[in-house]
Design a protein around this ligand. Structure first.
Ligand code: ADP
Ligand code: ADP
Ligand code: MG
Length: 680
């Protein structure tokens, strides 16, 4: 076995490989770009080598730099992960020439499967069932058009070198064929540098069923059953599961044997996946057809690991080191059911547009025997436009599909991410959607369930506003306590937040707005104001004309418990400036705290002064006493709740005097300035 390997990848898959290598006592070398200097995979590895600038073209995709890094560190083998150089035959050859093992198939097998049309020719010869279509070398538009007409519409035009769901065009009618062909070829050239296409019969309502295969250098080849990856957006997988719902043992054996035949036909070694498209009645008399073979470890390999109890990276390492497969076909069995959801930084409501930004909060669900989180990202990290916006893979396992689904719902509900848009709420709806729950699967599911998955924006629920109000009150209490500890007089009544004032029935307002861009913002920038009064250890919160008795208790981190009349809820909140990202019952809500300090109301002022809406410290005086000021002129800066707030003139007038000097503490409700209105 190797004693040191290099992982030519980043993110979750690099971390995943390091984990197994470490368990097997193999030392690991990470590689990284300038953008990843502090990335998790770099910190997990025993050593790391800088490749170059952030752009993958100048770092992760430069084969020479990786060969060089192996030589410098003495790594004996390279695990390519998926993506980047994993299906690059030249890279596999360059490693071989340098005497370094490639933890993947022989270069010839990568090449044979690299072109979808060449692969189909080989598969046809090996009696693997093929999607009806044309995969010949003649690429003249007239011939391709005639072939499409002969196949019968709808047809799919595919880039032979395509991947990642790119370079595909669905054509419904003969009249549209030539335009679609030209546009497909343009995309193929720009994405893959090769405009060779093939044409396939478009299977309606198909399932994507793929078979995990494994071969060693001794001539053994097995299949580790199937994965159903039918739930897709833009021909890319979103949710995967194993086994495929409704699969029969007979069909499983047929597909497994076809996949093994496919692997054998190209002299395959290592982990590979044979992708089939199946009619959605595949369990009875439905057909399945070869689509392509991915000559690497797939993103969704964990569901196979969960149902077989095998570590596929360990298998890869053993095979690459020349050992035989750990198990024979007859020793492999399926136990239970596993689901994987890909957690992406993307806006599902905006056509799954990738999102970027810093993960201010990243709290995945707790891992257990049933819940696994594969990730390369930690709180504080940034999702940049340089790489795939995947944050993590959430994998669950249980004895049955229903039980696994329940685990997935819970795990998604517990997942808390703040700082950028994610698909978590979308995934929650997806797993709750009756079609998915009922395993009525096909690749058009997301499109067909649009109404359920992308509900119309609604007003912010009253509960959410109540919980957010309690959150504000709790964090104010805490800040006041912290301030009391650091100030000289902890017993000063100004620090007592348990009722704000010494008189018992003070009333105040806490306001929120739903930001315009939020999905919930049907009410746009409407201000929701809660009127809060403190009575007998609880708050009476009047909102939208109704009063609710509330209590709250801060728990660990940003979690807190809220009692609303006779109900108890657990929520979390993350504050970023005036933004409040609230996690409640599995959904995420973004609210803007309407900061009273920015809208000091002249009506609140006694004796012509402006009052402090919360306790704090005057940090700077910005105007001159006696000065005539316009509405909005900054007068002073108050520091409260660990933030600075600028108090501005509520109207045109004369600043007569400041009531405090810079550095002085002020109490909630204290007059800050004497101000004389200039009547307009
Ligand atoms: P890629 O290399 O991008 O993964 P594939 O050939 O594997 O390309 O196809 C990706 C997806 O496109 C499939 O999972 C399936 O949803 C859809 N697809 C591919 N071929 C067909 C077909 N003949 N009929 C219907 N859908 C198809
Ligand atoms: P801890 O020390 O337990 O982490 P902090 O006082 O630092 O507690 O706050 C923890 C979290 O509380 C932070 O992530 C912050 O975003 C969040 N938080 C929630 N609501 C508020 C609020 N109204 N003001 C300030 N922080 C808040
Ligand atoms: Mg594919």
């Amino acid at each position: 076995m190797f004693t040191k390997i290099l992982i030519a990848n980043r993110g979750e898959i690099a971390c995943r490989v390091i984990k197994t290598a470490r368990r097997m006592g193999i030392r690991t070398v990470a590689v990284y770009s300038e953008a990843d200097a502090n990335a998790r995979h770099v910190r997990l590895a025993d050593e790391a080598v800088l490749l170059g600038p952030a752009a993958a073209r100048e770092s992760y995709l430069v084969a020479d730099k990786i060969v060089d890094a192996c030589k410098r560190t003495g790594a004996q083998a390279v695990h390519p992960g998926y993506g980047f150089l994993s299906e690059n035959a030249d890279f596999a050859e360059a490693l071989a020439a340098a005497g370094i093992a490639f933890i993947g198939p022989p270069a010839a097998a990568i090449r044979a499967m690299g072109s979808k049309s060449a692969a189909k020719k080989l598969m046809g010869a090996a009696n693997v069932p093929l999607t009806p279509g044309y995969h010949g070398d003649d690429q003249s538009p007239a011939l391709l058009h005639a072939e499409a007409d002969a196949i019968g519409y709808p047809v799919l035009i595919k880039a032979a070198a395509g991947g990642g769901g790119k370079g595909m065009r669905l054509v419904e009618r003969s009249a549209d064929f030539l335009d679609a062909l030209a546009s497909c070829q343009r995309e193929a050239i720009s994405s893959f540098g090769d405009d060779h296409v093939l044409i396939e019969k478009y299977i309606t309502r198909p399932r994507h069923i793929e078979i995990q295969v494994f071969a060693d250098t001794q001539g053994n080849c097995v299949y580790l059953f199937e994965r159903d990856c039918s739930v897709q957006r833009r021909h890319q997988k979103v949710l995967e599961e194993a086994p495929a719902p409704g699969m029969t043992p007979e069909r499983r054996r047929q597909m497994g044997e076809a996949a093994v035949a496919a692997a054998r036909a190209v002299g395959y070694v290592g982990a590979g996946t044979v992708e089939f498209i199946a009619t959605n009645t595949y369990d009875k008399d439905g057909s399945f057809y070869f689509m392509e073979m991915n000559t690497r470890l797939q993103v969704e390999h964990p569901v196979t690991e969960m149902i077989t109890g095998q570590d596929l990276v360990e298998w890869q390492l053993r095979v690459a080191a020349g050992e035989p497969l750990p198990l024979r076909q007859g020793q492999l069995e399926i136990r239970g059911h596993a689901l994987e959801a890909r957690i992406y930084a993307e806006d599902a409501g905006k056509g799954f547009l990738p999102a970027t930004g810093r993960l201010i909060r990243l709290a995945p669900p707790a891992e257990s025997l049933n819940v696994r989180v594969d990730t390369g990202i930690e709180e504080g990290d940034e999702i940049t436009p340089h790489y795939d916006p995947m944050i993590a893979k959430l994998i669950v396992w249980d004895a049955s599909r229903d039980a696994a689904l329940a685990r997935m719902r819970k795990a998604l509900a517990d997942y808390r991410v703040a700082g950028l848009t994610t698909n978590i709420d979308f995934l929650s709806r997806l797993v709750a959607c009756p079609a998915f729950a009922g395993a009525d699967l096909d690749t058009g599911l997301i499109e067909r369930q649009k109404e359920f998955l992308f509900p119309a924006p609604q007003a912010v629920p009253r509960d959410v506003l109540l919980v957010a109000t309690v959150g504000e009150l709790l964090w104010e209490q805490r800040a006041a306590k912290a301030a009391a500890k650091t100030s000289g007089d902890p017993w000063s009544p100004w620090h007592a937040r348990d009722g704000w004032r010494m008189n018992l029935t003070a009333t105040r307002r806490i306001g929120f707005r739903a930001p315009k861009e939020a999905a919930l913002a049907e009410d746009g920038e409407t201000l929701h104001e809660a009127e809060v009064s403190y009575r007998d250890e609880q708050w009476a919160i009047t909102l939208h004309g109704r009063t609710t008795q509330a209590r709250g208790q801060k728990l660990d981190g940003d979690r807190f418990a809220v009692e609303l009349d006779d109900r108890r809820l657990i929520a979390s909140v993350v504050a970023v400036d005036d933004k409040r990202i609230l996690f409640l019952q599995g959904a995420t809500y973004t609210l803007l705290r309407d900061d009273p300090l920015h809208r000091v109301d002249a009506g609140d002022s006694h004796n012509g002064g402006l009052t402090a809406p919360m306790p704090g410290k005057v940090v700077a005086l910005l105007a001159q006493p006696g000065q005539q000021v316009a509405k909005g002129t900054p007068l002073l800066i108050l520091e409260a709740m660990k933030m600075e707030h600028t108090i501005t003139a509520p109207a045109a007038g004369i600043l007569k005097a400041f009531c405090y000097a810079a550095g002085e503490q002020v109490a909630d409700g204290a007059a800050l300035v004497e101000f004389e209105w200039t009547p307009s």
